[in-house]
Design a protein around this ligand. Structure first.
Ligand SMILES: [Zn+2]
Length: 135
């Protein structure tokens, strides 16, 4: 992908991860050891293997953390997450002390994500269009 196309992909979400809404910096691309804050990668909305194109229209910016969370967990790591998820779900269903805590944490996380998405949407709406008008 050319620098211009990368910029177009980055612009599509006004420089935010399309999964979590966190801001990403155009120059910080890919992976590095340590603090990944602001790092991003190109995510193909329809996977290439499933017929998705490589065009800008099929690509969105994803922070490296979200992208790796999604793509680099395979096999055993995915099973571990699912297994922990099943335990958590049972605890919540039984309303145990742990379950209540987990349910609260889940609500808190969902509320944070909603707020982030709302502020991202506001940012997008405030963006001037090509004519310099707010859209
Ligand atoms: Zn993200």
């Amino acid at each position: 992908m050319t620098e211009k196309q990368l910029r177009q992909v980055w612009d599509r979400t006004s420089g935010h991860c399309h999964f979590c809404g966190d801001p990403v910096e155009f120059e910080k691309r890919g992976w590095k050891d340590g603090d990944l804050t602001g790092y991003w990668e190109v995510d193909h909305v329809i996977q290439k293997g499933k017929g998705g194109s490589k065009s800008v229209e099929n690509c969105l910016a994803a922070c490296t953390r979200c992208n790796r969370l999604r793509w680099h967990r395979q096999g055993e790591a995915v099973r571990e997450l699912l297994f922990l998820g099943l335990i958590a779900r049972d605890e919540i269903a039984k309303s145990t002390t742990t379950g209540k805590m987990l349910a609260q944490l889940r609500e808190k996380r969902l509320a944070q994500n909603t707020l982030r998405r709302k502020s991202m949407r506001t940012t997008l709406l405030d963006m001037p269009n090509d004519e310099g008008e707010a859209v």
